[in-house]
Design a protein around this ligand. Sequence first.
Ligand code: SAM
Length: 163
Amino acid sequence: MSTRLDFFIDRMVSQRACLDFGIAQTADMQGPVFELGLGNGRTYHHMQHNIKGRDLYVFERAVASHPDSTPPEELTILGDVRETLPAALTRFGATASLIHADLGGHNRAKNDAFAQLISPLVEPLLAVGGLMVSSDRMYFEALTEMPLPPEAVEGRCFIYRRD
Ligand code: SAM
C-alpha cells in the first residue's frame, strides 16, 4: 500500500520531471510561459531558474509565496483563473509555449471537477507545438496526451501537446 508520504514524493518527483521535460521540449519557442497557481512558489522558482528568454506569467488569486519566489508585479495576473484565463486569451491569443497548472488542493473529486471546468479555458491559449503540464488530468478536445518522462509516475502528472 502507498502511504500519503509515498504519494506526495511521487507527485513532487513527477512534477519536476514533467516540468523539466516541458521546458526542454519548448526551449526553441518564444511565446510566454504561464504558471497557474503560485502557492509557495516552488515550481515557479524552478521554472524561473530554468526558462531563458521567455516571459513567465503567474496566475494566482492571492499571492502568498516565499519571498524568494514572488514574481514581479508586471508578470503577475491576479484573480480567479475562471476570469483571468479568458482575459488572457484576449490579451495573448494562442501564443503560450508552456502552461503549467497546479491549482488543486487535497480533495481529488473537487480537483477533477475544477480541471473539467478550466480545460476549455486553458486549451485555446496554447501555441502550435506548445505543451501543457498539469498535476490533474485535463479534459481537452484537440490536445494530445503525451507519454511521461521515465522519472515520472503515471497518474501523478499529465502532459499535453498542441500538434
Ligand atoms: N505549484 C505550487 C508550488 O510549487 O508551490 C503550489 C500551488 S498550490 C497547490 C495551488 C495554488 O493555486 C494556491 O496558491 C491557490 O491560491 C491557487 N488557486 C487555486 N484555485 C485558484 C483559482 N481559481 N484562481 C487562481 N488561483 C487559484
